[in-house]
Design a protein around this ligand. Structure first.
Ligand SMILES: [Zn+2]
Length: 136
């Protein structure tokens, strides 16, 4: 199958995922509203709080994924989808199938993660800024 056809398939997957998120987010909201009016005793109220905290965390994750999916669909429309933002190489279809809203190939993604989270990278940055400060 041509890469272009595969990308169009991924568009459908993205749109389906988007629909599912929107539906589940709406479901969570109506669930929350339903519960709030019914919480009779304290235990129920506590359970409700825990549940709504869980739900709001879930909503946050969902809204972040939703934004990423919207962005991916935008890139599809512009014909930029499936190209690594960092090295400009085509992102392998296997990666896109696993993470349809991926913006980087796995190599660049891993490098970026390392830069963000590696303690040595943070120390280097601190050292760099210390040196620059000293020089000026
Ligand atoms: Zn790349």
């Amino acid at each position: 199958m041509a890469r272009k056809d595969s990308l169009e398939k991924l568009r459908k997957i993205l749109q389906k995922r988007r629909d599912a998120i929107v539906r589940s987010a709406l479901g969570d909201l109506s669930l929350l509203q339903g519960r709030a009016s019914k919480s009779a005793d304290v235990l129920d109220a506590v359970a409700d709080t825990v549940q709504s905290e869980l739900n709001s965390q879930l909503l946050e994750v969902e809204s972040r994924e939703l934004a990423a999916i919207d962005e991916a669909i935008e890139r599809l429309n512009r014909g930029e989808y499936g190209t690594c933002e960092t090295c400009q190489k085509p992102i392998p279809l296997t990666r896109l199938r696993a993470v349809p809203h991926a913006r980087e190939c796995i190599e660049c993604h891993r490098l970026a993660e390392k830069r963000r989270s590696h303690p040595a990278a943070r120390m280097n940055r601190m050292f760099d800024s210390y040196q620059t400060d000293g020089a000026s």
